[in-house]
Write a protein that binds this ligand. Structure first.
Ligand SMILES: [Zn+2]
Length: 427
């Protein structure tokens, strides 16, 4: 261990235990975050459990099955129509039951000052999201059920490969086909900030032609950044809300920072430093091909899921329980969606553990590259305060579902870097 001058592709990622939040936040700050996050979580879990119950009712109960059968029956004996209508029926019921939970979350955001759009805009976004989900589910399940019905040459391996390719295609096309449905993206304008970020990318040996800015402020005050896409659709995206503190696209460089200043940091890091640190984290994802590996993992899971579904629906016991004649039965749709949801739940602890590790690595690389732990802590404070992170997370929920290490673990990691390397000035 000890001092190392530059990041290497393979690095040991120190993951110190989370310090107490009161070491980095005031009591009032912790309370404000926790008071928002805890009810949000409870209602989120309630929504999740309700969704599983709805799926179980549609797949396993007589009235649930009758509802799906009735909807599918509208297509007469035409199998493709029956499958599509069965999917529509299940997803419409799920959406209708889930909507009150979504509206409650939106109202909480409005009350906390996090939402910047009205209920109408929120509902439009919600409907768009559901419509995209419906189209994708119709495509995937129609292919699976109709494939099982007609058993083309090479079935079922060919279906497993098709599922994997669908995931791959989605990861590649998502940034250009789906993300623009929800946000507008523009390249970060020329100026010191753009120059600085492209130099950062060059220093990290991550070729990037542009950093894109998403108009997240049309719906939220939350700050974020992400990487998505593969190959030619690969992109680094920052929310315009994140740039706000760097000044209007930071035409004049750092300057006095509204961002870190308002959050009680003694002004040792600037808005531009914060953006650079966040982008360094995202570039670390690119450098370590986290999106590619995540996609490969998801594609493999999809392929395995198809083979498992084929095998399960061959079992008489499963057919009797679900009241279907096999995977080729359009009424298999609710059972398939229930299995998918349970499979997702079972995979969540592993997937989220891998994700937390990749995030901790990206955090560590961003420290190695920027050598600026002061800004790293300022960024974590800002992310937590502006997004109302749960600063006292439940350990079990963290283990099961958290995609990122908790705030205090990330801050402890920055402190550890500082201890090992000495405090470097943030400028
Ligand atoms: Zn990340």
């Amino acid at each position: 261990m000890g001092q190392r001058p530059a990041p290497r592709p393979l690095i040991a990622v120190p993951r110190p235990p989370a310090a107490d939040p009161l070491e980095a936040f005031t009591e009032d700050e912790v309370r404000a975050c926790v008071d928002y996050a805890k009810p949000r979580q409870r209602w989120g879990l309630a929504a999740y459990a309700t969704d599983l119950l709805v799926l179980a009712a549609l797949a396993l109960s007589a009235p649930g099955r009758a509802l799906v059968r009735g909807a599918a029956g509208l297509a007469g004996g035409w199998a493709p129509g029956r499958v599509v209508l069965a999917v529509v029926a299940v997803l419409v019921v799920r959406a209708a039951v889930g909507l009150p939970f979504s509206i409650r979350a939106f109202r909480q955001d409005t009350g906390a000052g996090l939402a910047t759009q009205g209920l109408g805009g929120f509902l439009r976004d919600w409907a768009k999201g559901r419509a995209v989900g419906l189209v994708l589910t119709v495509v995937a399940l129609s292919a699976l059920v109709l494939g099982a019905r007609w058993e083309p040459p090479g079935w079922p391996p060919v279906a497993a490969v098709a599922a994997a390719l669908l995931v791959l295609a989605l990861a590649m096309a998502g940034p250009v086909l789906i993300e623009p449905l929800f946000n507008r993206f523009r390249p970060l304008g020329p100026g010191p900030l753009r120059t600085r970020l492209l130099e950062l990318a060059a220093a990290m040996r991550v070729p990037v032609s542009d950093v894109l800015v998403a108009d997240a402020s049309r719906r939220t005050t939350r700050v974020n950044a992400y990487v998505s896409g593969l190959g030619r659709t690969r992109r680094v995206v920052v929310y315009d809300t994140l740039l706000a503190a760097a000044g209007p696209l930071a035409p004049d460089g750092p300057g006095p920072s509204a961002g870190s200043g308002t959050l009680g940091d003694p002004g040792t890091s600037t808005g531009a430093d914060e953006v650079a640190l966040v982008v360094a984290h995202e570039l670390a994802h690119v450098r370590h091909r986290d999106v590619l590996w995540g996609t490969i993992g998801a594609a493999t899971l999809a392929a395995v899921s198809v083979l498992v579904a084929v095998a399960l629906f061959d079992l008489g016991q499963v057919q009797r329980t679900l009241g279907v004649t096999g995977l080729g039965d359009p009424l298999a749709v609710p059972g398939l969606l229930l299995l998918a949801a349970l499979g997702g739940l079972a995979a969540a602890p592993v997937a989220s553990a891998i994700s937390r590790w990749a995030e901790a690595r990206a955090d560590w690389v961003s420290l190695e590259v920027t050598r600026d732990p002061v800004t790293a802590v300022a960024v974590e404070r800002r992310l937590a305060l502006e997004n109302r992170a749960d600063l006292r997370p439940n350990r079990l929920l963290l283990l099961l579902f958290a995609s990122h290490p908790q705030t205090m673990a990330r801050i402890s990691q920055a402190w550890l870097w500082e201890k090992r390397n000495g405090s470097s000035s943030s400028r």
